[in-house]
Design a protein around this ligand. Structure first.
Ligand code: 5AD
Ligand code: SF4
Length: 412
């Protein structure tokens, strides 16, 4: 059967889709080149915000209306349970995260270590589930308790990936820095031949220890980028959210990374309009973002999720006010991103090649260690697969022009 998977949500979901793809291929099915060609479409859903959930369900509904055999997987399946079939009576199947092996006709195999394709980048699950209890977050409900895979399994998996040509691994977990012995795990992966870059996400500031900084110093493959969701800059709101750090502790973690390397890239997530968020709380968030000097920030408008602690609180910041706060932070980040990137003009970045730039095919694009997008004129690059100028290769690019979210340069 020819199948296709549509993925919404975070990297965990991307990873799960990869695993299901591998398991389906192993079971004799074939990946379709397009939705039109697919006989079965699986929608991998997210439920972190209501909008995200609606999008996935809407997509599945459209597919069903078009007469496609459609299944669903992912976090919205877990949250909705049998209710999902009330919304989509003609859904072929629904599988929650952690039950991937139930995808029809699949037997055997380990979804935590199944891989398909020949990409040079791969996700590797180190932890599943989450035992934090942030008031607004539905993830613990849908992804279950925290579980850490044995380090030997993870190392073996990365070795296999390296043998298959993978150059960059991203270690995944809701809170990877809670993995016991995480610095040692990074040191072991650093030793694996063929792997050029090691990334990991997502992180909690509590894990930004001196031991971690020592890993950054000793292990050149470990990228100097950390996605460190802050959520709010107000101590009062942070406490209500159950984040277990103060703004001062958060800022100290970022300062530690920047003291080690001023170019260290720190990115974040922020929620605006949390119940009871005052103008003053919001100003605290704005100031924190400036002080932290984020390279990039994802801003989310608060949305109450059923069954979470904050869902019991009145969602009292108006939609218009959430929108305004969102726009203010986005505009701030635009300026900040420009200023951060301006400092990189004239520097030489080591870039892992990804392929032709989406916007301008005459240019190629890749990412530096800080996960910054770098583009350059290709001059015919990429035609010779033996040259470093093919996806997964490492090149040196001198930056000539900076934009808030992109660096432009010339190949050296
Ligand atoms: N409302 C808005 N944003 C949320 N996030 C998580 N839960 C909610 C919610 N209920 C955001 C957080 C998290 C990101 C993945 O989504 O910022 O880091
Ligand atoms: Fe990822 Fe959370 Fe969305 Fe699930 S609900 S896909 S864990 S962001």
């Amino acid at each position: 059967m020819k199948f296709l998977i549509h993925t919404y949500g975070c990297q965990m979901n991307v990873r799960d889709s990869e695993a299901v793809e591998a398991l389906l291929i192993e079971a004799g099915h074939e990946k379709a080149a397009s939705e039109k060609e697919a006989e079965l479409v699986i929608v991998n859903s997210c439920t972190v915000r209501q909008k995200a959930e609606e999008k996935a369900i809407g997509k599945a509904g459209n597919l069903i209306a078009d007469g496609k055999i459609t299944g669903m997987m992912g976090c919205a399946v877990k949250r909705l349970g049998p209710e999902l079939f009330k919304k989509l009576p003609r859904l072929a199947f629904a599988v929650a995260p952690g039950e991937l092996l139930k995808i029809p006709y699949i037997k055997g195999g380990d979804p935590l270590s199944a891989h398909a394709g020949t990409a040079f980048q791969a996700f590797v699950t180190v932890m599943t589930g989450c035992d934090n209890c942030c008031s607004y977050c539905i993830v613990p409900t849908v992804r279950g308790h925290e579980y850490s895979r044995p380090a030997d399994d993870i190392v073996r998996e990365v070795e296999c990936l390296a043998e298959r040509g993978v150059k960059e691994v991203t270690l995944l977990g809701q809170s990877v820095l809670r993995y016991r012995g995480f610095p040692q795990l990074l040191r072991r992966i650093q030793e694996i031949d063929g792997i050029e870059r090691i990334r990991f996400t997502s992180a909690h500031p509590g894990g930004c220890t001196d031991e971690l900084v020592a890993v950054y110093r000793d292990c050149p493959k470990v990228c100097r980028h950390l996605h460190l969701p802050v959520q709010s800059g107000s101590d009062r709101v942070l406490k209500e959210m159950g984040r277990r750090y103060t703004r001062a502790e958060y800022l100290a973690a970022v300062a530690k990374l920047h003291a080690f390397d001023p170019e260290f890239s720190v990115t974040t997530d922020v929620i605006v309009g949390y119940p009871g968020e005052t103008e003053e709380d919001f100003e605290q968030t704005r100031m924190l973002m400036d002080e932290a000097g984020f390279d990039n920030a994802f801003i989310f408008k608060y949305s109450p999720r059923p069954g979470t602690r904050s869902a019991a609180l009145p969602d009292d910041v108006t939609k218009a006010e959430k929108e305004r706060r969102d726009q203010v932070l986005l505009a701030d980040q635009e300026r900040r991103g420009q200023a951060r990137n301006d400092r990189l003009v004239g520097t030489v970045r080591e870039v892992m090649v990804e392929g032709p730039s989406k916007r301008n095919k005459a240019r190629w694009s890749g990412r530096d260690g800080g996960n910054r997008i770098v583009v350059w004129d290709c001059n015919g690059s990429g035609k010779d697969s033996a040259s470093p100028l093919c996806p997964g290769g490492l090149v040196q690019v001198r930056i000539t022009e900076a934009h808030p979210q992109i660096l432009i340069g010339e190949l050296i």
